[in-house]
Write a protein that binds this ligand. Structure first.
Ligand SMILES: Cc1ncc(COP(=O)(O)O)c(C=O)c1O
Length: 320
C-alpha cells in the first residue's frame, strides 16, 4: 500500500505538509542507521479515537535514544501532545503512529557529535498486517537461517532502525521461501522472536515466552498479553525456550503492535496443535481486541482518548 501523501507531519516542533517532510541525503541516519523509532496504534472506539499505551511507547522511544547517547530536545509530555495534536489535525479515527529520533545533517563522521538530534512524528492509516483469515486461522512460519542480534552487539532493548536490517533479512527469506513470517533464534540457538513480533508458546495450558535476555525487543503488546493472560487465570512463564518447543507446542502465537495477536498454525511445515487457532490464543486475542476497541473495561488504563474538534469547528479540546 502506497502512502496517500497527504496530511501533516510533525518535525522538530513544526507542522509540515507530507510532501515537504524531507531530509538531506547527507543526513547521518541514512548512512549509519543512527535512528530510533516507535510504532504505536490509535484505535477507533465508540468514544472516539484512542491511543493504545502511547505512554509506554514514548517511554521506550526515549529509552532507545538514551542507549544511543542521543540528547533529545523534547520530553515525553511534549511528544505526547504532538501525537494528540497530529491525530486531531489530520482527523484520523484510527491510525498507526510512527515517532522517529535521528541524527541529522552536519557531517558524516561515524562519531556524530555535531549532528543535530532531530525528531519527526508521522501518522498514517495502515491496514491489517495479516489478513482477517490469518487472524482467525493462523499463519505458516519458518525458523529463519538468520539469528537475532547477539547480546552486546546492537542492543535488542533499543528499537533502533539498525535492528531492522536483521528484521528485513528474516522477513525477506521467509516470504521468498513461501512463508508468512520468520522466527529468529538468538545466537545461542534459543527461541527469540519474529522479525517484528514477540512470540508465545502454549503447552499443557501454560503460556511461555522468551525473556528479554534472549535478544527480544521488550514488546509492549507482549507486556499486555502477559497481563491479560494472567487476568484470565492462565499461568505465564518467561523462560528460555529451545527451538524444539515450537514443534511440541499445543498453540503458538505472535504479538506486536502491527500483528496484534496472530495465531501460528505451522512452523517449518510441522502443524502446531490442531492446525488452527487454539482456545487459549483465542481467549487472549478476544480480550486484547475488546480492550483496544474500547469494548471492555480498560482496567489497566491503557487507552488515551483523543477529543476530536467539533464538526462545527469551535476548536479542539483534549481528554487525557
Ligand atoms: C523486533 C520486534 N519485536 C517485537 C515487537 C513487538 O513490540 P510492540 O508490541 O511493542 O509493538 C516489534 C514491534 O515493534 C518488533 O519490531
Amino acid at each position: 500500500m502506497a502512502f496517500p501523501g497527504t496530511g501533516k507531519i510533525w518535525m522538530n516542533g513544526s507542522l509540515v505538509d507530507w510532501a515537504d517532510a524531507k531530509i538531506h541525503i547527507a543526513s547521518h541516519v541514512i548512512h549509519y542507521a543512527s535512528g530510533v523509532f516507535e510504532g504505536a496504534r490509535c484505535y477507533d472506539t465508540a468514544r472516539g479515537p484512542a491511543c493504545f499505551r502511547l505512554d509506554a511507547h514514548l517511554r521506550r522511544l526515549l529509552d532507545s535514544a538514551r542507549i544511543y547517547r542521543m540528547d533529545v530536545l523534547y520530553d515525553q509530555q511534549t511528544l505526547t501532545d504532538a501525537v494528540i495534536d497530529l491525530i486531531q489535525i489530520n482527523s484520523f479515527r484510527a491510525c498507526y503512529i510512527r515517532p522517529l529520533i535521528y541524527r541529522g545533517y552536519d557531517s558524516l563522521g561515524v562519531h556524530a557529535a555535531a549532528c543535530p538530534v532531530d525528531v519527526a512524528i508521522l501518522l498514517w492509516e495502515w491496514p491489517a498486517y495479516f489478513t482477517k483469515e490469518a487472524i482467525e486461522e493462523g499463519i505458516d512460519v519458518k525458523i529463519s537461517t538468520w539469528a537475532r542480534n547477539a547480546p552486546n552487539t546492537t542492543p535488542a532493548m533499543a528499537k533502533s532502525v539498525a535492528n531492522y536490517a536483521n528484521a528485513q533479512l528474516i522477513k525477506m527469506e521467509a516470504v521468498a521461501d513461501g512463508y508468512a513470517e520468520g522466527i529468529a533464534l538468538d545466537t545461542y540457538g534459543n527461541l527469540s522472536e519474529g522479525s517484528g513480533q514477540n512470540i508465545f508458546i502454549v503447552r499443557d495450558g501454560i503460556i511461555n515466552t522468551p525473556p528479554i535476555g534472549n535478544s527480544v525487543l521488550s514488546g509492549i503488546t507482549r507486556d499486555c498479553v502477559i497481563a491479560l493472560a494472567r487476568d484470565l487465570g492462565f499461568e505465564v512463564r518467561e523462560q528460555t525456550l529451545p527451538r524444539e518447543t515450537l514443534y511440541l507446542a499445543d498453540e503458538v502465537f505472535f504479538v506486536g503492535t502491527a500483528v496484534e495477536v496472530t495465531p501460528i498454525r505451522s512452523v517449518d511445515r510441522i502443524t502446531v496443535g490442531s492446525g488452527r487457532r487454539g482456545p487459549i490464543t483465542e481467549a487472549v486475542q478476544q480480550r486484547f481486541f475488546q480492550i483496544v476497541r474500547g469494548e471492555a473495561a480498560d482496567t489497566h488504563g491503557w487507552l488515551q482518548y483523543v477529543n476530536m474538534p467539533a464538526a462545527t469547528g469551535t476548536g479542539a479540546s483534549r481528554r487525557r
